[in-house]
Design a protein around this ligand. Structure first.
Ligand code: GLN
Length: 475
């Protein structure tokens, strides 16, 4: 069977009966088996996927199928699906069974998607290379000695190696966009508050968003249309009306004003081939009739420190629920309650998660709160104001997704600072809460995917979709 790159293609073949859902699912199961060594899946949901395929096939036969009929999708292993294990790739939750489904899972199923399995990620989504997973590193299908990116590394590789049509990830500081960039797919993070996080394991709640990894912009738009919108179980979701994102694709993008963040492109840390690919993309935007200007963003040096102070603070609070009593892993030899807490956490969490909990506890502690946490909140406000001001003058901002293409497994993992600094271009949209997308720009000379990032105003996903669609269409 060939690789399908959009749901529309699959729907076409299902409609003419060239293809059945059974065959489609068997194809993806086969692909998963062939690519097992990449370690993208923590578990394949053979039974529930087959059952769902049967239900959807009969709906297709009688013409009552939903918008996502024919979509076989993987979910990051930090998204709850009732009666299925969900681990956040941590020993802490190794055997934890989700007692209810997240809103995103419910919405996928309500539109007849088939959920094929749960995908590997960095432990509790903390990382940028998928090397902190308790279940091992995910390998990049473009070069198996290289990382998939993270934290949604399994999601990116599953789409890259055609083990499912699309995947959900979560993006706190780049975890959808950066692995998508490393694996050559489209990584979309919506505006903060666009999609419900009910039933999504929390990392840093003022940043966390669910996002999509797909091979086409059309699928990203369709998925957002299904997933977005108010949810009575999550008060942080905006009640702003959900537009028809798929219609936005059909409409012509119109002439847009695009601003290139010049410090991000003319930077010593940026890989040369990435830079030339982005400059070429900029020329293409100009040739397509858009106005492209360069603007200055002078707060670049503050992005990573601000992000890591705030996210570790929030993580230390969110992860305090894993105490060996309420959820998951419990040390069975402890003689006292305090000892039970200590040993369960010491044994249940990996190194990176512990580092972040400790950093977060430190920046929140009496005596340091003002100097770190509160200061970082103020800097976040400055960053957000600056971004909003730039987006008043311009429709879209452009930057790289990451300073380099996928790096070698083991290359950065020993030095957390190097790893954190690599998030410099993705955390901007996360700090400001704006939507952003990573788009593929072909491969470098070694065959590694290159990528560009587009960002837009709060709740202006439509511009990102229409611009991305026409950009890739004309590639
Ligand atoms: N690499 C970033 C971090 O480690 C982003 C993670 C994410 O978006 N979940 O925090």
């Amino acid at each position: 069977m060939k690789k399908y790159s959009s749901l529309a293609e699959i729907k076409g073949e299902l409609a003419t009966k060239q293809l059945t859902l059974d065959e489609l699912l068997a194809y993806y199961f086969d692909q998963i088996e062939k690519h097992q060594h990449l370690n993208a899946f923590n578990e394949v949901f053979f039974d529930s996927a087959r059952k769902q395929a049967e239900v959807v096939q009969s709906k297709l036969n009688n013409g009552t199928a939903g918008k996502l009929a024919g979509m076989v999708i993987g979910i990051k292993d930090n998204i709850c699906y009732q009666d299925h294990v969900v681990t956040a790739s941590s020993k802490m939750l190794e055997n934890f069974v989700a007692p209810y489904s997240s809103t995103v899972v419910k919405r996928l199923l309500a539109e007849d998607a088939i959920i094929i399995g749960r995908l590997n990620c960095d432990e509790f989504a903390m990382g940028g290379s998928n090397e902190t997973s308790y279940f091992g590193t995910v390998k990049n299908a473009a070069d198996e000695e290289r990382v998939a990116g993270g934290s949604s590394g399994g999601s990116a590789v599953a789409v890259q190696a055609d083990m499912c049509l699309a995947a959900l990830g979560t993006d706190t500081g780049g975890s959808v966009r950066q692995p998508a960039a490393f694996c050559g797919n489209i990584g979309f993070k919506p505006t903060y508050g666009r999609i419900s996080r009910y039933g999504v394991i929390a990392y840093a709640s003022s940043f966390d968003q669910v996002g999509t990894l797909t091979s086409s912009v059309a699928d990203a738009a369709l998925l957002l249309e299904v997933l977005a919108g108010a949810d009575e179980n999550d008060s942080t979701v905006s009640s702003i009306q959900v537009p028809s994102y798929t219609k936005a694709l059909a409409a012509t993008a119109g002439k847009k004003k695009i601003a290139v963040l010049k410090e991000t492109i003319h930077s010593e840390v940026l890989d040369q081939e990435t830079k030339s690919a982005i400059l070429k993309a900029i020329e293409k935007f100009k040739a397509d009739g858009h106005e492209v200007v360069e603007v200055s963003f002078d707060l670049l040096d503050y992005l990573v420190p601000t992000y890591y102070i705030l996210t570790t603070a929030e993580a230390s609070s969110n992860l305090s629920r894993y105490d060996g009593v309420h959820y998951g892993y419990r040390n069975t030899e402890a003689q006292s309650l305090n000892q039970l807490y200590k040993s369960s956490r010491a044994e249940g969490f990996g190194e990176e998660v512990k580092r972040r909990i400790m950093l977060g506890t430190f920046v929140l502690s009496a005596g340091y709160y003002d100097a770190y946490y509160q200061k970082a909140q103020k800097v976040r406000k400055l960053i957000r104001d600056k971004v909003v001001a730039l987006l008043q003058e311009n429709d879209v901002l452009i930057s790289p997704v990451a300073p380099t293409p996928a790096f070698k497994i083991g290359e950065n993992v020993q030095d957390p600072l190097v790893m954190y600094m690599a998030d410099i271009y993705t955390v901007l949209a996360s700090l400001a809460g704006i939507p952003a997308v990573a788009l593929p720009l072909g491969n470098n000379q070694q065959g590694l995917p290159l990528s560009i990032q587009l960002m837009a105003k709060h709740f202006d996903e439509e511009t990102l979709f229409s611009l991305s669609h026409s950009f890739l269409e004309k590639a």
